[in-house]
Design a protein around this ligand. Sequence first.
Ligand code: AMP
Ligand code: ZN
Length: 469
Amino acid sequence: MKIFNTLTRRKEEFVPLEPGKVKMYVCGPTVYNFIHIGNARPMIIFDTVRRYFEYKGYEVNYVSNFTDVDDKIIKKANEEGVDPSVISERYIAECKKDMAALNVKPATTHPQATKEIGGMLDMIQTLIDKGHAYVAEDGTVYFRTKSFKEYGKLSHKNIDELQSGFREIKVTGEEGKEDPNDFVLWKPKKEGEPYWESPWCKGRPGWHIECSVMSKRYLGDQIDIHAGGEDLIFPHHENEIAQSECANDKTFANYWMHNGFLNIDNVKMSKSLGNFFTVREITEKYDPQVLRFFMLSAHYRGPLNFSADLMQASKNGLDRILNGVEKLCDLEKKVEAKGMSQEEEAKVAEAKNQIQKFEAAMEDDFNTADAITAIFELVRLSNSTANEAASKEYVTYLKETIEKLCDVLGIITEKKEEVLDEEIEALIQARQQARKEKNFALADEIRGRLSDMGIILEDTREGVKWKRA
Ligand code: AMP
Ligand code: ZN
C-alpha cells in the first residue's frame, strides 16, 4: 500500500509499526459553530482511509480531537453570556450528528483539550527540563525552536529563511520570545477567559500542545499516520513534531497525510472569509451520501471546487450505483436458487478483475476516483448480465461484491425503510402535547427521533410543518 508522505514528498510503501495494526491521529475541528463542508473533507477522507485498512484486516486505533478551548469559543461564550463549555459541548454534539449523517465512523477516542490539561502541563514541564522550552517574564512558556535541529522538516521550510522573514516583526505581547519562530505552549489568562493553575502562571495552553499530548496518551509516543487538512502543515503539524520529538526522543509519526482544500469559486472555504456552507445546510438540500460521494470523486490531495453542477453529477453517479444494487436485490427474490453457469463463472472472473482494480486504486495513495470507476464497471457488468434467467448464486455474488466495495467508501446501499406519513403525524402530535405540558426534554427527544428518521420540522405560525430530508 502506497501513501504520499508530506514529510518526504514521496509515495511510500506503508509499513505499520506493529503488524496488523494502524495507529492514526486526525486533527479535528475547533467547536464554536456548525462544521462547514470544508471541515467535512478530512473527516470523510480519513474515515475512508480507516475503512480501507479495516477492509484489509487491520485493527485501526483512530483518534480525533475536538479543540474546545480557543479565542473564538470564548468570544462566542461571552456574546451569549454562557460558559465556554456550553458552546463547545453544543457544537461537539452537532458535529457528531453531522458525522453520523455522512456515515463517518466515530473515532476510537474523541479527546477534548480541556480534559487533558494535566498531560499538557507534564509535557511542557518535560520540555522546559530538557531545555526545549523557556518561561518568559509574564509566565508565558515558549517552545525554543532553535533547540530542535529538524524544525521545518515537514513543511520543508528553512528555519534561517523563516527568521529573516520575521526579523522585523515584534508582535505586542510576544516580547518575551527569544526567537521569532518560537511558539506558545502556555499563556497567561486574560480577563474573562477560562484558566487553569500551572507552575508558570494561571493560564491556558497554546493550540499545538493538545495534539502532541492526546496522541501520546491514546496512541503512544509513536504513531503510524498523522493527518489533517493541508493548512495544518505549518505551523500546527511542524510544531507538533517539535514538541513530541523533543519530549519523547522518538520519531512522532511515520506518515503525514494532508487533504487539499475544498474551495468555492477557487477560494478556500473558511469561516473567517464567510464563503462557507455548513454540512447541515447542504444535507438538508441533498442526501448526505451525495456529499460524501462528491468528496470521494476527486483525489484527496488536490483542490476540490464545490458547485451545484458537481453535486448533481455526484447524485447521478451515486444513483447509478444504488439503482444497480436495488435491481440486484429485486432479482435475488425472483431468480432460481441454483449454482452459476459456466458463462456466469466467466463473468465472475471479470468482476474479480474489477475488485483488483478497486484495491490497486486504493493502494495507490487512496485514489478513490479510480476506485469508484471500478464500482461503476461492476454495476455495468451487472446491468448487462444479471436478468431473470440468471442463477441466484451469480446475482448474490454481484450484489454482495458491490455492497462490500461501497461500504469501504462509506456508501450505504441499503434502501432506507420508508416511514409512513401517519407515523410522522403521530410523533408530531406527541411532541405538541409534550410542549403543552412543558415537558421540553421529551419534545426535544421526539424532534431528535424524527430527525434520525430524516424528517425536518419547521415551527410556523400556521403550526408545525414537516418535510423529508
Ligand atoms: P479547523 O476547525 O479550522 O481547525 O479545521 C478542522 C479541520 O478541517 C482541519 O483538518 C482543517 O485542515 C480542515 N479544513 C478546514 N477548512 C478546510 C477546507 N476549506 N478544505 C479542506 N479542509 C479544511
Ligand atoms: Zn492537531
